[in-house]
Structures are given as C-alpha cells and as structure tokens.
Design a protein around this ligand. Structure first.
Ligand SMILES: *Cc1c(COP(=O)(O)O)cnc(C)c1O
Length: 450
C-alpha cells in the first residue's frame, strides 16, 4: 500500500457524529445517480495517476508536502457542511476555529495580540500585508531581495507601488550594504525580509535589518511563507536562529500552513503585530454582517468567500500536533533540516558534485561537477531525467552565475545563469530514507555523460 487509507473508517464515524447534531431536521435524501458518480470518480482515479508521487519520500523535488491525515479528514468532514468563513452567518464554528488556529500561529512568533486571518495562500497573504504597508506609506518604495519570491514585484505592480530588488550576497541573503545604499535615497516605505527563500531556503539577516529600521525608519514585513514554522525547531545554525528570535519585532508576517503546516492547498496566513491596521479593511456591506456583534472574518480580509474547511483542517492539525518547541510537529521539522544537512555533507564530500552553502532550512541545491557553467547546466538536466527514471524525483533550479563565482572558483562561467538541482526535503521520512535516496542519486549520476 502506497496511499494511506485506514483513517477513512474514522471519517465515517465522525460523519455519523456530525449528522447526530442535525437530528431534529426532517429527513432528506441526496439526489444523484450513484452508478454514474462511481464511473466518474474511477475516471478521476485514473486521471490523477498522471502526477509525480508527491506524497512519497522518493519525491524530493519541489516544495510539495502531503497534508497530515487529520487535516485531510477534517477538511473532508467539514465538506458536508461546507462553511464559508467570510461571515459568521456562513460558518460560525469554523470562524471560531480559524481565530483559535491563527492565534496559535501568532504565538509561534511571540505575539499574544495580533490581527490576522487565513487566506488562499502566500501570494494573497503577502498582497494584504503590502496593501496595508502601502496605505501607511503611500508613494514610497517596496524593497525585497532579488532572491525573494517574484510575487513581491508583481504585487507591488498591482498596488501601484514602486518596487526595487536588492542584490543578494553569495549565500542568497539580502546584501546589507546594498540595502543601506537603497535606504539612503530616502524613498523607501517598506522592506520585505524573506525568512526562507523559495529557491534555497536562505534567511535574510533580520537582526541587522532591524538595526537599519531604527536608523532609517521603514515598515518591515517578513515573508515567512516557507520558513515560518522553523521558528519552532532547535537545530538551526546560530546565525539563522538569531533571525528567528527577532521575528516578533516585524510589523507583519506571512506563514503558509499549506507549505510546511501539513495542510491541503488553499491555506495561507497573514499576521499584523498592531491590530489597529484592521481599520483599513473597513467597508459597509449591505449583505452580510447582521447576525452578531462578534468579529466577522470578512471584516478583516480582502477575500470574501473563503473555505471554512481550511480553518477546520488547520485547527484539527494543531489540536493533534500543538505548535510547541518540544512537540511532535517541531521534531518532524527538525528531521527535515537534519536530512538536508546530511545530504549536503555527502554532496560536499563527493568529487562528483558541486555545492554552494550549507542549507539554512531543509532545501539543498547542488550540481554535477563540470569545468564550464554551460556543461553544469546540461548535466543537471540529464541528471534530473536519469534520477526520475530510477524513481528519484528532484527539481531543477536556475541560479544566477554571479552568486556562484565565489563558491565555484574552478568553474569557467560562459553563461549568465546555471541550471542546478534542488531538493526540498519537506518530509520527516527524508531523514530515514537518506541512504536510499543517495544510492539512487549516485547511480543516476554515474549514468550521465560527461
Ligand atoms: C510559496 C511562497 C510564496 C507564495 O505563496 P503561495 O502560497 O504559493 O501563493 C511567497 N513567498 C515565499 C517565500 C514562498 O515560499
């Protein structure tokens, strides 16, 4: 068995319990053609086989992590009610669960008070954070590193805010000298610090950025869509941990439960340190908010209709696996980082490969060794295919040559960018599967032509 199915019996039991709560209603029978439905669903099962096996430890490529069974089941269970967390009228229980779950996320960063909510994902969450930032600093620039998610420049465009990319150092983190040069121009309103870049998991040096905020004054937003949860683990490098310790001092923060938080897609989260920014969301809906004086989440979010099921799934996951430093969730995340450091150690020690820097989180970047950057790219692509043929699924990643010159002094750079391999080791199982994946990687590497 490759897909977990045992937990489905619990869904049936919980569905009976849920049904019991509506016992006083007159009976209704759902009207649908069961045979036709069965035919379609089996067709879906056939169609869905055309995917990489994201749920399996042999998938060690892009940023994809299977939801926890409890998240899957809680999401499905709530589908029978299908709540809408726009307003309490559409989802009372799930709105309360959202507030509880989001407060627990805020506490990871030491925030006992906050304003925040779930949304479709990191893009939407960052959009809301930059929208508020733009309201507070109209006409002033947004800065993010050139390794920050591309969404920041696009969002700035949507919001009609000027955007400037700050160059990175050789470890893919925002270069402080370059940042200060931009700040000196005096037109910066917001700096986005990426806490775990999507490409390499690099963490921008937050303590130094906070020091610059004291001197130059700007709004500081942390994009921790990928890396946020690593604030719970105890095996980061001292330097990386120092950035996490200061996260409570940023003005807003984004964390994606659908990245490392074991959730199905459609679950991002934006958090503001100062709850008074809620006033920017003010509107006067003629449709929704008449049922109670309790806060409707639609009053503090840009999206209107939203899946209450996402909140239910997140709440259930955090109920089972609390967001504590000494809990099972944090231990699983620490294993991901250990898996990445272990793989990096093997790659670094092997003359077949080129490496860059020790992973700060759980993302490893490397390439097959060659003398010219064009050769490195060609061989990376070959290795990607050769590994997939052996059942090991990696990702390709294009990296700027200028960030590699220092790490690869013996490589001749005849291209502006280099195709490398990338593994997001997002499953705790990746630690135990390390030797097996390494053997597959070596076998694939020996098979490609120099
Ligand atoms: C994934 C990611 C985003 C975008 O989030 P989505 O959930 O894909 O919309 C933004 N920033 C970072 C750092 C990310 O890793």
């Amino acid at each position: 068995m490759k897909l977990e199915k045992d937990s489905l019996t619990i869904l049936k039991e919980a569905l009976e319990r849920l049904d019991g709560g509506f016992a006083e209603l007159p009976d209704v029978n759902a009207q649908y053609d069961k045979d036709a439905l069965r035919g379609v669903l089996l067709e879906v099962a056939d169609r869905m086989q055309d995917n990489y096996p994201y749920f399996h430890p042999c998938y060690a490529g892009q940023m994809l992590k299977p939801p926890h069974p409890v998240a899957r089941l809680a999401y499905m269970l709530s589908m029978w009610v299908n709540p809408n967390n726009h307003a309490l009228d559409g989802g009372r229980a799930s709105s309360r669960m959202e507030k509880e779950a989001v407060a627990e996320l805020a506490r990871i960063f030491g925030w006992e008070t906050h304003l925040g909510h779930l949304c479709a994902g990191g893009t939407m969450a960052n959009l809301e954070a930059l929208w508020v930032a733009g309201k507070l600093n109209p006409g002033r620039k947004v800065l993010a590193s050139d390794q920050a998610h591309y969404t920041h420049s696009r969002i700035s465009d949507v919001l009609h805010l000027d955007f400037e990319a700050v160059p990175c150092d050789s470890r893919a983190r925002m270069d402080l000298k370059a940042l200060e040069d931009s700040l000196k121009k005096g037109d910066v309103g917001t700096v986005v610090a990426t806490i775990g870049t999507t490409g390499t998991g690099a963490v921008d040096p937050l303590p130094a950025i906070l020091e610059l905020r004291d001197r130059y004054g700007f709004r500081l937003h942390a994009d921790a869509a990928y890396g946020g949860y690593f604030g719970l683990v105890d095996n980061l490098s001292d330097e990386t941990a120092a950035s996490y310790r200061r996260l409570s001092e940023v003005d807003s923060l984004v964390i994606d439960p659908h990245k490392h938080g074991l959730q199905p897609y459609g679950c991002g989260c934006v958090l503001f340190r100062d709850p008074s920014v809620g006033s920017f969301y003010k509107h006067d809906s003629p449709y929704t908010y008449f049922s109670s004086s309790e806060l409707h989440l639609g009053e503090i979010s840009l999206e209107c209709s939203r899946a209450g099921a996402s909140a239910v799934a997140l709440w259930a996951t955090q109920r089972l696996l609390p967001m504590t430093r000494d809990g099972e969730f944090a231990a699983g995340l620490a294993k991901c980082r250990e898996a990445a450091v272990t793989l990096f150690g093997k790659l670094e020690a092997d003359p077949l490969f080129l490496t860059m820097f020790e992973p700060e989180l759980d993302i490893v970047i490397w390439a097959p060794r060659a003398n010219r950057s064009s050769e490195v790219s060609r061989m990376s692509k070959q290795l990607f295919d050769a590994a997939a043929e052996r059942g090991l699924h990696l990702a390709l990643f294009t990296y700027p040559a200028r960030l590699l010159r220092e790490a690869w002094p013996h490589v001749e750079f005849d291209t502006e960018s280099v195709a490398c391999l990338r593994s997001c080791l997002m499953k705790p199982e990746h630690l135990d599967w390390g030797d097996r994946l390494w053997e597959l990687l070596l076998d694939a590497t020996h098979s490609i032509s120099k």
